[in-house]
Design a binder for this molecule. Structure first.
Ligand code: NCD
Length: 356
């Protein structure tokens, strides 16, 4: 089952459509004007962002965390959907790089008075920001506004489409815990061959889509698990051959968890299904069949890590003992979020993936 909205996104955001907004090649070989989705990134570029994130994570241990690499630059966070982690993380990332960060939230913006998204963006653009970080409930919002700005558009989550920086910070967290150091990937190691279970509301999750793309491109294998009513049609095809080769869909939690190295749980996004026929009988039943508990986690590898992008619905997709348990890396994901967003802002503004 897939709702009409999700199908429209898949039709509109073909790679060819997205490529129209790329194509800027800097002297350092940087070829992206915007970061709309993981779909436009090559595996080597993802690895370069993760390496740059590693570099910035080292700052986390320093008492003074501020750099001057983006001094004099302006970054506008334009958020039309609620957010705690992502907005704060982008704001801290911008400030740690020395940039000026300005926050605009949907309810406080003129769209609440009837202004169109493009008009709002054109007005924000008239103040000449170097980057606009945008979150919007419309899947396709980031690509839609990209042609109207001179700086970079960074997608911080557009409807059910993509959430690229979440997938990058998830890959960074996985790489840190499970990365296999090889001659070809000395810094953070390789995550190729890892088994990653992604469990929960796949139908409405931009996090699932971006993670399936990102993990597949890095060579990890994804077991995507949900009741069929929460699996969008063609999910394994979103990245073509690479996701088809690395993604398996199953409605059985046991099968998804068996021997997994990483278990990533997703929230049921009730706010996106208001007024629709229910996709499962009730939260208690969903929790019994798809929730991660101390008992169900036993199926995964003994050293498997547990992840969640937040916000958690405690007791629904994740038992509190697991969320707060020794194998949970959920708060580490938040720490990595700042480092990865520093990497993304620096790369997309300075047009270079190089570690400074
Ligand atoms: C996610 C989102 O907004 O897509 N959260 C996040 O960015 N940390 C997932 C969610 O809302 O469930």
């Amino acid at each position: 089952m897939v709702c009409g909205h999700a199908l429209t996104i898949q039709r509109v955001l073909t790679p060819r459509y997205l490529r129209a907004y790329d194509g800027l090649v800097s002297s350092q070989g940087f070829r992206h004007r915007h970061l709309v989705g993981i779909s436009a990134l090559a595996p080597e570029e993802i690895t370069q962002i993760l390496d740059l994130g590693d570099h910035y994570l080292e700052l986390d241990a320093q008492p003074v965390k501020k750099l001057a690499e983006l001094r004099g630059r302006t970054i506008i966070n334009l958020f039309f959907e609620s957010s705690t982690r992502t907005r704060t993380s982008f704001e801290i990332a911008a400030k740690r790089l020395g940039a000026d960060a300005v926050n605009i939230t949907g309810s406080a913006s003129s769209t609440a008075k009837g202004e169109t998204l493009i008009d709002t963006v054109r007005n924000v653009e008239a103040m000449r920001p170097d980057a606009i970080v945008v979150r919007h409930a419309f899947g396709g919002a980031a690509a839609m506004i990209a042609p109207h700005v001179g700086g970079a558009i960074i997608n911080a989550g557009d409807g059910q489409h993509e959430h690229p920086t979440q997938a990058l910070l998830d890959a960074a967290t996985i790489r840190r815990h499970k990365g296999l150091k090889t001659a070809g990937s000395p810094r953070g190691g390789s995550i190729a061959g890892l088994e990653v279970a992604i469990v929960g509301d796949l139908a409405h999750s931009r996090v699932a889509r971006s993670n399936i793309l990102c993990l597949s491109k890095l060579g990890a294998n994804v077991r995507a698990c949900a009741p069929w009513t929460l699996v969008p049609r063609g999910l394994e095809d979103i990245g073509g051959e690479v996701t088809r080769a690395h993604t398996r869909i199953t409605p059985h939690l046991d099968e998804a968890l068996e021997g997994a190295d990483v278990v990533m749980m997703l929230r049921v996004q009730n706010e996106r299904t208001a007024g629709e026929a229910p996709r499962f009988p009730n939260a208690r039943e969903f929790s019994r069949m798809y929730g991660l508990s101390v008992r169900t986690l036993e199926r995964a590898k003994p050293d498997a890590i547990v992840m969640h992008p937040g916000p958690i619905n405690r007791g629904v997709e994740l038992a509190p003992e697991v969320a707060d348990g020794a194998r949970s890396v959920i708060l580490e994901q938040v720490s990595w979020g700042v480092a990865i967003r520093m990497a993304v802002l620096r790369a997309w503004i300075m047009k270079s993936f190089e570690v400074p």
